[in-house]
Ligand binder design. Structure first.
Ligand SMILES: NC(=O)c1ccc[n+]([C@@H]2O[C@H](COP(=O)([O-])OP(=O)(O)OC[C@H]3O[C@@H](n4cnc5c(N)ncnc54)[C@H](O)[C@@H]3O)[C@@H](O)[C@H]2O)c1
Length: 364
């Protein structure tokens, strides 16, 4: 292994703590600098990261630092593309939170800039590299369900404003249940079943305003600018059909997260927002737990960036790739377009299924 990849983090909000926790136990990545529009937050994150982590005064300052090899972009979706482009212009690799960008133009600009500069761009979610989705994928690849016919993917909640103190971004362009949570489910479905070639959907926006449920602004209302209940069908290149419900309008449900149904058996796949969880196969009249057979065993937010660091060292492709994230974003945006004009639409992008994560490899 070479030197650790030196990381400059932009955005020190709610999710940043999970990344800091993962970095503390990895020696392939090292946080060297932090910045945030909120300087107190940046300073707090630098303190939490430990001695030697600098606070940069701005994104421009952070991306120019000689001790930053890659920029970790944990800003809100509307800023994802701009921050990534700043980093790429400064010659830095990028790994960012999902979605890759809030719109197609932003995503395309990021991919083009990375290509032109010969730099890597990675994107969350990396949860799907954990033992849950990867064990399920191995079961599908090993033929345990026969030929995949159908999948279901359900994400239901009454809305993130109940717990997030600054929830407005979830209800602006780039947010909504599909763009926020769809990346977990659709990335998992691409790992399991391959890329998507056509989509259709229908959506609803039952409330014009939401109420902040926690933090200093609890009780404040804010406008809803996106559809908050999204249903759709994804047609995979291999022929399987995935049915999707992603909703911020469901108070309680007993729906599974993901299931894959094949010609000989059915598979229950754990929550793709987690790294692990039980994988069960229904065959010969009963659900049977499958042993862990693939995936990073030490999952935590940031393993996708550690995978990218290992990929740079080894000269291989990284798994939480911009190509996958771009395809997933395109699938989601095409589904919303199809829902809005009542059509079934082709998806214009595609991607390779990322390489599977073999069993029992450390994050590298
Ligand atoms: N909160 C979660 O549980 C969670 C989980 C998984 C993924 N995510 C994703 O992580 C990202 C961040 O979410 P969060 O919940 O941490 O949001 P947050 O609002 O808590 O934090 C975002 C931070 O980014 C900063 N920021 C925004 N634009 C910036 C810019 N241009 N330059 C510098 N700093 C900027 C903000 O000041 C804020 O501190 C989102 O894409 C979200 O989808 C969040």
């Amino acid at each position: 292994m070479g030197q650790p990849l030196r990381i400059g983090m932009v955005g020190a909000g709610r999710i940043s703590g999970a990344y800091l926790k993962t970095f503390a136990r990895l020696d392939t990545v090292r946080l060297t600098a932090v910045t945030d529009l909120d300087t107190d937050r940046a300073a707090q994150a630098a303190r939490a990261a430990g001695d030697g982590t600098a606070v940069a005064g701005s994104v421009a300052e952070l991306v120019e630092r000689a001790d930053v090899d890659a920029v970790l972009n944990l800003t809100v979706p509307a800023a994802h593309a701009d921050v990534a482009l700043d980093a790429l212009r400064a010659g830095k690799h990028v790994y960012g939170e999902k979605p890759l960008a809030a719109d197609r133009a932003g995503a395309a600009a990021v991919l083009a800039a990375a290509d032109a500069a010969g730099l890597r761009v990675g994107c969350a979610p990396d949860t799907v590299l954990g033992t849950g989705t990867q064990t399920a994928r191995k079961a599908v690849d090993d033929g345990l369900v026969g030929v995949p016919v159908a999948a279901t993917a359900f994400m239901t909640t009454a809305g993130h404003e109940r717990w997030h103190p600054d929830p407005e971004f979830y209800y602006r362009p780039g947010g909504g249940p599909l763009l926020d949570m769809g990346p977990y489910y659709i990335s998992a479905l691409v790992h399991l079943l391959g890329p998507v070639v056509r989509v259709t959907g229908a959506t609803a926006r039952p409330r014009a305003e939401r109420v902040i449920g926690s933090g200093p602004r609890a009780g404040d209302t804010f406008p809803v600018q996106v559809d908050t209940h999204v249903t759709g069908v994804l047609e995979h290149a291999g022929g399987a059909l995935s049915t999707l419900v992603m909703s911020f309008d469901i108070h309680a449900a007993r729906l599974p997260r993901i299931e894959v149904h094949g010609t000989t058996a059915s598979l229950s796949v754990p929550d793709p927002n987690n790294f692990d969880g039980p994988v069960e196969l229904y065959a010969e009249g009963a659900w049977q737990p499958l042993p862990v057979s693939a995936g990073y065993p030490d999952g935590g937010r940031g393993i996708g960036l550690a995978d990218l660091a290992g990929a740079l060292d080894a000269g291989r492709a990284h798994r939480a790739s911009a190509e996958l994230a771009h395809h997933v974003l395109d699938v989601m945006l095409t589904l919303l377009d199809a829902a809005h004009d009542g059509t079934r639409r082709p998806v214009s992008t595609t991607c390779e299924r990322p390489a599977p994560v073999p069993a029992q490899v450390a994050v590298a």
